[in-house]
Design a protein. Structure first.
Ligand code: 4NP
Length: 151
């Protein structure tokens, strides 16, 4: 299984999601590919936001090996599942997806909200990093369970 998590800048939400996915799959001895990217280009090459690093560190996760990158065409062929943080990311991913790529695109929150209305809020300006961490922890654990049950 190859999963790409995507937000806008790839410095706040998706680095936390990448860290949580990697922790969960390591605990289950799965050799899946996990990566993250942003739809925007502003932060390419940068470390995750200090506040994402801190909230992960408080929970025993080190995400300082990550560097921001922008989504590219090959991602749509090289991953099985692309998970967006919010509706805007999801819309942009559908717009960027090449017609012949059969990767599945959905929101990470769809796993705990089948109605499809919930999003992971952008914490860049309002600092809601704890809320983001808690939502991602819940959604990612459910996502992994669902995938493993359906395999
Ligand atoms: P992210 O948060 O999409 O969770 O990485 C943001 C990071 C940077 C910006 C917006 C959102 N920005 O406008 O630079």
């Amino acid at each position: 299984m190859r999963i790409l998590v995507v937000c806008l800048g790839n410095i706040c939400r998706s680095p936390i999601a990448e860290g949580l996915f990697k922790k969960n799959i390591a605990e289950q001895n799965l050799s899946w590919t996990i990566d993250s990217a942003g739809t925007g280009s502003w932060h390419i090459g940068q470390l995750p936001d200090r506040r994402s690093i801190d909230i992960c560190k408080q929970n025993g996760l080190d995400i300082t090996n990550q560097r921001a990158r922008q989504i590219r065409q090959s991602d749509f062929y090289n991953f099985d599942l692309i998970l967006a943080m919010d509706h805007s990311n999801e819309k942009n991913l559908h717009r960027l997806k090449p017609a012949d790529a059969d990767v599945e695109i959905k929101k990470v929150m769809d796993y705990i909200d089948p109605q499809g209305t919930l999003e992971v809020p952008d914490p860049y300006y309002d600092g809601r990093f704890q809320e983001v961490y808690d939502l991602l922890e819940k959604a990612i654990s459910k996502c992994l369970n669902d995938i493993l049950v359906n395999q």
